[in-house]
Design a protein around this ligand. Structure first.
Ligand SMILES: Nc1ncnc2c1ncn2[C@@H]1O[C@H](COP(=O)(O)OP(=O)(O)OP(=O)(O)O)[C@@H](O)[C@H]1O
Length: 240
């Protein structure tokens, strides 16, 4: 469970996250949607203690990130691809993370297998394709067997096979009872992956609902999304 209460973050005159409150529940995939610059990445960084809020707070399993004794064992996150040393093998990268977080070494091979990287485990991660890099990032997120998982735009740039693989992985992690929170620009992809949705615009909450409910009053989830966010997009072309 993730709970976000009155979370606010300003950068100079920009209010990136504006008194945002929502819960992310276990057992389902929750999509995090919003136009470019609406504050999704900032919110995720605040939840993960990578940035400090000006007001409010975010908690994981009832505790702030900085109060977690072994963060990697409570929350796994994939924020950007290729967040690893390029000269290290995939296995060495994961082994270093495991050692630093008191995670048994045997778990490294388990997660390599889960993400389909067993055959490439000895290769230098710097030579990995984008899809392999995402798989390695997923393996790192899963290493501590955490109950809460967060992914920022995990399918960006992936081929259809990679997109489907991530979709199925997220669903199976939620089916195991984990809390899965995933941001995306791709509304059609979220319609296939998520059950619940948190939608924001200019840092503010626009909807905290299910995919089914949001789609119900519109022709498609995409139409419902554009209706919801139409006043929130900073730069629009002139009306045709
Ligand atoms: N470190 C920073 N310094 C200054 N402004 C920032 C910083 N990080 C984010 N912002 C601003 O805060 C707002 C929210 O940005 P954020 O990256 O969280 O949005 P986003 O929804 O993740 O966008 P995208 O979908 O384009 O990735 C934007 O106006 C952005 O320019």
């Amino acid at each position: 469970m993730i709970d976000v209460r009155n979370l606010t973050r300003r950068y100079g005159p920009t209010v990136a996250v504006d008194a945002l409150s929502f819960d992310v529940r276990p057992g389902v995939v929750t999509g995090f949607l919003g136009p470019n610059g609406s504050g999704k990445s900032t919110t995720m960084r605040l939840i993960l203690g990578l940035d400090r809020p000006d007001a409010g707070q975010a908690r994981i399993g009832g505790r702030r990130y900085r109060d977690l004794a072994w963060p990697l064992r409570e929350v796994g996150a994939l924020l950007e691809a290729k967040a690893f040393h390029p000269g290290r093998s995939a296995r060495a990268h994961l082994a270093a993370l495991a050692a630093g977080n008191a995670i048994p070494r045997a778990r490294v091979d388990e997660v390599l297998d889960m993400v389909g990287l067993t055959g490439a485990a000895g290769r230098r991660a710097g030579k990995f394709s984008l899809g392999m890099g995402q798989r390695l990032g997923m393996a790192a997120a899963l290493l501590g067997d955490p109950a809460v998982l967060m992914f920022d735009e995990p399918v960006n740039g992936l081929d259809p096979e990679g997109v489907r693989w991530i979709r199925n992985l997220l669903k199976s992690l939620a089916a195991q009872g984990r809390t899965v929170f995933v941001s995306s620009h791709l509304i059609s992809e979220m319609a296939l992956t998520a059950e619940r949705l948190v939608v924001i615009g200019r840092g503010r909450l626009l909807a905290d609902t299910t995919v089914a409910e949001l789609s119900a009053g519109a022709e498609s989830l995409e139409d419902a999304f554009f209706r919801l966010t139409s006043d929130e997009i900073e730069y629009r072309g002139a009306p045709s």
